[in-house]
Design a protein around this ligand. Structure first.
Ligand code: RIB
Ligand code: CA
Length: 339
């Protein structure tokens, strides 16, 4: 009798440990990264491409934003080459916003869109076909609510795909967006952040689609900032990828540190990938948010009703805080996996 009980207990323990191991190694998340590289976009791409156990990157889709589309697409292919992940297709998408006149941020990211490092024409080219059609085809045929979208630039590609075929929402698990500002104020106007300012109409289309949305605005990205110690931490990784990140960040952070008198610079887009990898590093709450696309001083403002005064249903998870050191610890350990 005693032996039988012991056997059953042992079997139970083995089952529990098997289940626990399975839970730890859950299936990787199907992910499409939409991006306008972009200095911080490249850091985000490195972090994502170094995390294949958690993120199955189906494709990188590019959009005009920080610089023109030909350069954002070249830079996405460069990041892919530097990370040794040429298994990931890069599709070029929209070359201009839905409605407004195009704006760029070469003053921040450099004329080539990638400050701090020399660029070259990558060996591997673009995938055939436009990113918008790729989004439509992929999301329309995906398992229900299976694909996550990480949006690191203006939301033009996803907006065009939703306009073309609204029912693609059924293939979307969630959309995690770097963009917007509330408590922090804007980085282009007193109220508008660049990704929203570059295409507020696209952001309205995405917001109106009803997909599960998480925003990482300047409220959090301006808290997750570099320091001399954190840059040294990245440099100590001692490989090509980490050195590129240090060189890029040393050049990229100057603009924000000078403009805001900050002690360090943000790595905006990489917080989106860190959120997907370790959401426990971040905090926020479900709120009601609207985007103002009217011409005028509040153009492209994200009106975040943090205290619920409008009594409107919540439509976004608004992240307003993050563990900065935890972010840099994660970034350092993942960069160490690259060459
Ligand atoms: O405001 C920051 C955002 O604008 C980031 O995505 C950066 O890459 C720029 O696109
Ligand atoms: Ca970006």
């Amino acid at each position: 009798m005693l032996i039988q009980t012991a056997k059953r207990l042992l079997q139970g323990a083995i089952l529990m440990s098997t289940l626990a191991a399975a839970a730890i190694h859950a299936a990787p998340r199907d992910l499409i990264i939409d991006t306008d590289p972009g200095a911080d976009d490249v850091v985000a791409l490195f972090l994502a491409m170094a995390s294949p156990d958690e993120l199955k990157i189906r494709a990188i889709t590019t959009v005009a934003g920080n610089v023109r589309l030909d350069k954002t697409s070249r830079n996405a292919r460069l990041a892919r080459e530097w990370a040794g992940r040429e298994d990931i297709p890069v599709y070029a998408g929209a070359g201009r916003p839905l409605v407004r006149t195009p704006i760029y941020a070469a003053d921040v990211h450099g004329e080539e869109g990638l400050t701090g490092v020399p660029v070259h024409e990558p060996k591997q080219g673009l995938a055939k076909g436009n990113a918008v059609q790729y989004l439509v085809d992929t999301l329309a045929n995906a398992e229900p609510h299976s694909v996550t979208l990480a949006m690191l630039g203006p939301q033009t590609n996803l907006a065009l795909a939703l306009i073309q075929q609204p029912d693609i929402v059924k293939g979307i698990k969630e959309v995690v967006i770097m963009g917007g500002a509330h408590f922090n104020g804007g980085n282009i106007t007193p109220v508008a952040e660049f990704n929203l300012y570059a295409d507020p109409h696209a952001a309205e289309v995405v917001l109106g689609s009803g997909v599960k949305l998480t925003y990482l605005p300047l409220d959090v990205t301006h808290k997750v900032i570099t320091s001399d110690a954190r840059l040294k931490q990245l440099a100590a990784v001692g490989n090509g990828a980490s050195q590129k990140v240090v060189d890029i960040l040393n050049a990229y952070i100057k603009y924000d540190m000078d403009k805001y008198g900050m002690t360090g610079g943000p790595v905006h887009d990489a917080t989106v990938i860190a959120y997907l990898l370790k959401p426990e590093l971040f905090s926020g709450k479900q709120i009601h948010m609207t985007v103002d696309s009217r011409e005028g001083p509040t153009f492209a403002q994200t009106v975040a009703d943090w205290y619920g005064v409008l009594k409107q249903p919540a439509n976004v998870m608004w992240i307003e805080n993050g563990d900065a050191q935890g972010f840099f610890d994660l970034l350092s350990t993942r960069l160490a996996r690259l060459k």
